[in-house]
Design a protein around this ligand. Structure first.
Ligand code: NAD
Length: 250
C-alpha cells in the first residue's frame, strides 16, 4: 500500500485504532479521526512506530461540516484518498423497542447511519477524482440478525449494509469498491461500556453465542478490513464480510 492513503474514523480506540495500525504496517499513509482527541494521540504514536506518515483530525461524523473538513484535510496533506474505513459508531441505550427513547433512537441513527452516509458521500467525491478507491464500512453481526434490547443499533447496522450494497452497485464501474465488515462481539471499550466484559456472567453468556468459544480481537477485524480495502480483493464489492467466530452460522 506504498503511496496510498487510508482514512479511518473512530480511530481513537478499539477496532478503529487496530485498523489504522494494520494499514500503517502495509505501508499506507494514514489519516485518523475521532471525537476523542487525547486517545487519538496514542493511536498516532503507534502508527508512527510502524514508520508511517499520519494526520489526526478531530471530527464528529454526525456533523456534516466536520466530515467535509476531515476529507478536505486528508486531501490537503496527502493529495489523494485511496481507502477509507468508516468505523466510528456507538452502542446506544439498552431497552426493548416499545420502551426505547426517541432521543436515544435519533442519537444512534444519527451517528451509526447518517454519519456513515456523510463519510461515504465525501470520500466517494474524493475517490472519483482519482478514478479509484475502496471503502469498508463497519457494520456488525447485528446487521444480519436481531438482538433484543438493541433496536436502534440493529436497525442502524442493517441500514448500513443496505447503503453499502447500493453504493457498491452505483460506483462499481467508476473504480470504487464498497464493502462492509460485520464483526461478532469484539473485546473493545464498547463492550466494557455496555457492561458485557465487566460482568463475568454476561461475558460468558455472550461468549456462548459464538461457536468459536471466545470473543474476537480488534486485530482480527482489522486484518479483514485491510484485505477488503486492498487490491487482493479487486473483484469483491457490495459484500458484508462476517468476522464473527461463527455467530451467524448457528
Ligand atoms: P469503541 O467504542 O472502542 O470505538 C468507537 C470509536 O468511535 C470511539 O473511539 C469513539 O470515540 C468513536 N466515535 C463515537 N461516536 C463518534 C462520532 N460521532 N464521531 C466520531 N467518532 C465517534 O468501539 P469498537 O468496538 O471499536 O467499535 C468500532 C465499530 O465496530 C463500531 O461501529 C461498532 O458498532 C462496531 N462493532 C463493534 C463490535 C464489538 O463487539 N466491539 C461488534 C460489531 C461491530
Amino acid at each position: 500500500m506504498d503511496n496510498k492513503v487510508a482514512l479511518i474514523t473512530g480511530a481513537a480506540t478499539g477496532i478503529g485504532r487496530e485498523t489504522a495500525i494494520a494499514f500503517a504496517r502495509k505501508g499506507a499513509d494514514i489519516v485518523i479521526s475521532d471525537i476523542k482527541g487525547e486517545d487519538l494521540k496514542e493511536t498516532e504514536k503507534k502508527i508512527k512506530e510502524e514508520g508511517a506518515e499520519v494526520l489526526s483530525v478531530k471530527a464528529d461524523i454526525s456533523r456534516e461540516d466536520d466530515v467535509r473538513n476531515m476529507v478536505n484535510e486528508a486531501i490537503e496533506k496527502f493529495g489523494r484518498l485511496d481507502m477509507a474505513c468508516n468505523n466510528a459508531g456507538i452502542g446506544g441505550e439498552s431497552a426493548t423497542s416499545g420502551e426505547y427513547s426517541t432521543a436515544g433512537w435519533d442519537k444512534v441513527l444519527n451517528i451509526n447511519l447518517r454519519g456513515q452516509f456523510l463519510c461515504m458521500k465525501y470520500e466517494i467525491e474524493a475517490m472519483l477524482e482519482n478514478g479509484s478507491g475502496s471503502i469498508v464500512n463497519i457494520s456488525s453481526i447485528l446487521g444480519h440478525v436481531g438482538f433484543a434490547e438493541a433496536p436502534a443499533y440493529v436497525a442502524s447496522k442493517h441500514g448500513l449494509l443496505g447503503l453499502t450494497k447500493t453504493a457498491a452497485i452505483e460506483y462499481a464501474q467508476k473504480g470504487i469498491r464498497i464493502n462492509a465488515v460485520c464483526p461478532g462481539f469484539i473485546e473493545t471499550p464498547m463492550l466494557e461500556d455496555a457492561g458485557i466484559t465487566t460482568d463475568e456472567e454476561t461475558k460468558q453468556y455472550i461468549i456462548s453465542l459464538h461457536p468459536a468459544g471466545r470473543l474476537g480481537k480488534p486485530r482480527e477485524v482489522a486484518d479483514a478490513v485491510v484485505w477488503l480495502a486492498s487490491d487482493e480483493a479487486s473483484f469483491v464489492t457490495g459484500h458484508p464480510l462476517l468476522v464473527d467466530g461463527g455467530y451467524v452460522a448457528r
